[in-house]
Unconditional design. Structure first.
Length: 557
């Protein structure tokens, strides 16, 4: 950091956050960005790119703070990423007067950075905007929804000094091209006004033209070429990254292009393996892994239905399990993430909403309960672990019906080489299977009871709202639950008895004497690697992959 000539307030904050040195992306971006050049970069999530644009923003605003309010606009594809970016910039601003304003009642910070995202009160966000924050971090949809309503808000864009598009490719995937175009057009029209003042000598050139940062996951050769020849692509590829870049009207003749992606699609300290099993055995093998190898684990599923089935079943098994999916309310999602981050033995069962962009540090293991539908999704999922020079494990649970997808993954990511088999201690599976089957049966019966009760209550409420006279027994007979009261009581007693049996079983130690519950990413890593090599039949690709790459680790977020 000493070579970058940063203000003392920023270096003190970096030391306080224990950021001892820049990451590779920061080493490449910061020297150029601090000179005021526009940046177009490609880097994996978690590479440290937030500070690569956050530090120049904070540094400029410390020395040349706009007297007219908004100094920087940062756009992100998701609410969670917006909050994450805001937190990172907040952390390097703790010794500065920069206002990164909070209005989220369930988050507490010492200083302020504004977040404009969906799922929260528009009126509250409008009130905070009137306080003229220094930095706004927003999702395109909500930002344009608010700013397009008023010329007062649009005028805030006149004096903007920084524009950041973080994970721009994801914003296009999520259908935000129209909002992005509107925002860029609004900034462009306001900049024309500033350009006129500059021409008349009534405005400082340094403050008049904003600096732009664009980050994507990949930056192909065609895109590199089109950045310099941007005006040739506007008529083609509508809604594409090329079209988006062509609308940025970058002030530098040649923006700095920094590509930190590598041919290694996964982190060098990531151990990859698979377990071949039947679809009905996947619950068992997840339970085996999280019991045998405790650690912070994410289990990825392809459907919310699978997630809703797994979470209650694993709670019955005593696993510290949490759920995360797109249909959860914002507060629930953030609460699950916070609880997961603070528990080093927690298991997060998640849909792919969590696979990319979220800041989930110190994840030890990733389990693919259902195989990802593409190699890109596999890389994004697996990128949750083996970060910041730590070991990590990515485990595939592969059923017979998924062989075609598995073969495609091997061809795409490993040049046809199969994943090594994960070592399983068969001596404990029988006892584990008994526990898993009992928990699954309890959850199934409880789900049936809850569903029947819900349907009966719904029918009663509908009849009451329509002022209909109804017979309670008729209501019961028309729902899924046609059981008599005695039968229902019998089912409840059965469920309670099964719960008591499961509780008794769980109280008995399952792993025999001499079997260690090692953290597989700690002291048990070398043992696991040796066993995986043995399972491959020879010291070949995997040995080379794990050890040869060890000294050339690249950050994966």
């Amino acid at each position: 950091w000493s070579q970058l000539d940063l203000p003392q307030a920023i270096t003190d904050a970096l030391k306080y956050q224990k950021f001892t040195k820049p990451t590779p992306i920061q080493e490449q971006v910061l020297p150029v960005a601090l000179q005021g050049r526009n940046i177009i970069g490609a880097a994996e999530t978690g590479s440290g790119k937030t500070l690569a644009f956050g530090i120049p923003i904070v540094r400029r605003l410390l020395t040349n703070k706009s007297k007219h309010g908004l100094g920087a606009l940062i756009l992100t594809p998701t609410r969670e990423l917006a909050i994450q970016v805001r937190n990172h910039i907040q952390n390097i601003s703790i010794f500065t007067p920069i206002r990164v304003s909070p209005f989220l009642s369930f988050l507490k910070y010492l200083y302020k950075v504004e977040v404009i995202v969906g799922g929260m009160s528009i009126q509250k966000q409008q009130r905070v905007l009137k306080t003229m924050p220094d930095i706004v971090v927003a999702t395109p949809g909500r930002f344009w929804e608010i700013f397009s309503e008023s010329e007062e808000y649009l005028n805030m864009l006149k004096h903007i000094q920084f524009l950041v598009l973080d994970e721009a490719d994801r914003m296009l995937e999520r259908g935000h091209f129209a909002e992005l175009t509107n925002i860029l057009n609004a900034i462009s029209s306001k900049r024309q006004f500033i350009s006129l003042l500059i021409h008349l000598g009534k405005y400082n050139m340094v403050h008049g033209i904003h600096q732009t940062f664009v980050f994507t996951a990949t930056l192909g050769k065609d895109l590199r070429f089109n950045v310099k020849k941007k005006h040739t692509t506007r008529k083609n590829n509508a809604g594409s990254m090329e079209e988006l870049l062509s609308r940025l009207e970058l002030t530098n003749k040649d923006p700095a292009i920094i590509d930190m992606t590598t041919e290694n699609v996964v982190a060098s300290r990531l151990v990859e393996a698979k377990i071949d099993c039947l679809k009905t055995e996947k619950d068992l093998y997840v339970y085996y892994f999280v019991t045998r190898y405790p650690g912070r684990t994410i289990v990825f599923v392809n459907s919310i239905d699978a997630l809703r089935r797994l979470v209650p079943a694993f709670k019955l098994l005593g696993v510290e399990v949490l759920g995360l999916h797109a249909q959860m309310q914002q507060k629930q999602r953030l609460k699950s993430l916070d609880r997961f981050k603070t528990n080093d033995k927690a298991v997060l069962i998640a849909s792919d909403v969590a696979a990319r962009g979220l800041d989930i540090p110190l994840v030890d293991h990733v389990i693919h309960y259902q195989l990802p539908r593409s190699g890109e999704i596999y890389v994004h999922r697996s990128g949750r672990t083996a970060r910041a020079n730590r070991d990590g494990v990515s485990l595939l649970l592969c059923g017979p019906e998924e062989q075609k997808v598995y073969t495609k993954l091997c061809y795409t990511l490993r040049k046809g080489k199969p994943y090594p088999d994960f070592p399983v201690d068969l001596s404990v599976l029988k006892e584990m299977k008994k526990r898993v089957n009992l928990a699954t049966e309890i959850d199934k019966l409880e789900h049936q009871e809850n569903k029947a009760t819900h349907e009966e209550n719904w029918m009663r409420n509908m009849a009451r709202d329509m002022d209909l006279v109804f017979d309670d027994e008729v209501i019961k007979g028309r729902g899924n639950n046609t059981d008599t009261k005695a039968v229902q009581e019998k089912k409840k007693r059965k469920i309670n008895a099964m719960k008591a049996e499961l509780k008794q079983i769980l109280a008995v130690p399952m792993l025999p004497n001499g079997v260690s519950r090692k953290y597989v990413t700690g002291s048990g890593m070398s043992d696991l690697v040796a066993r995986l090599i043995k399972n491959e039949g020879k010291i070949g690709f995997f040995f080379t992959f794990f050890f040869k790459k060890k000294n050339s680790f690249h950050y994966m977020y």
